[in-house]
Design a protein around this ligand. Sequence first.
Ligand code: F0G
Length: 348
Amino acid sequence: MAYQGILHRYGQLLDLPAHTQPVSLLEGNTPLIPLPRLGRELGCELFVKFEGLNPTGSFKDRGMTAAISEAVGRGAQTVICASTGNTAASAAAYAARSGLRAIVLIPEGKVAMGKLAGAVAYGAEVIQVQGSFDDALSLVVEITQKTQIALVNSINPYRIEGQKSAAFEICDDLTHAPDWLCLPVGNAGNITSYWAGFKQYNQLKASGLPQILGVQAAGAAPLVLGHPVDKPETVATAIRIGRPARGEQAIEAAQESNGMIIAVSDAEILSTQRILASEGIWVEPASAAGLAGLMARTATGEFDPRGKKIVVVCTGHGLKDPAIVTESFKSPEVIPATYLALSSLILK
Ligand code: F0G
């Protein structure tokens, strides 16, 4: 049968209420792409779980199908989220599909253009907040406590349920869990979901458990520093978060899995974005953080990837943030439309 989305494929394993009415854009079922060249360099079997290939270009669609399906079934009319951009675009798309009003709060001037454009294109009401993602999330929590508006940030437990599906897919593709899973950490919903998903699958199918490497940006690394960051700053705007809502669960996931949460610099994030692109995989900056962490720790000798099976999660597509690339290259060469001009340029 043709693929019908994650609620159809894994719904029985997700703890969703009976009133849930599926709203899907056929999210999930993303490829696990081998990186043989880089894997050989590191001495490991390396894969990218390319979540940028979801319908709105990020992993958020897995949680959003669940959260919006529950909200629709409950009779909600309006949904709201705070977002660094991807949640906003995803909420907007799933709300549009189900006829709900979507309101998204974003930190002023700090959201990549592909994400903002998505939220607008899908018809969300976009509001810029003079503050950080964390300030926007506080406002969203307050208004959803006082009104019937449904919250679709990853504080919503159904978001976590939906996002567990990525762990199930990885185990199904590899026939077992990898040795390590490396991923970026912002508000810490995704690391929480993966760990819950791997544990559940292991109980059901003895698929084993990975060690988890969570990676924050150095300028927004509350879980590494051990305290909130009031003014988070990083080129990886998706994870520019100083007070992760599920920070404690992220630390639990790292500890229980015998893994760790570390930070990488913006320079390491951007150089890893280029390394992934050189393998044909263009991701937004935050999405390169998992691999950046793996490579940085391997370089210092603190991490030994040799002989391991390692999955890095690339959470969002490069098209989300084209400016990070276009701002740093010079405009392409312009030539007259003649063979002579072309050949003298490229056949040197
Ligand atoms: N990667 C990307 C591309 C993201 O958009 C996010 C989070 C993360 C990683 C981190 O995931 O928050 O579950 O730890 N983006 C949220 C948003 C905050 O609003 O789109 P997390």
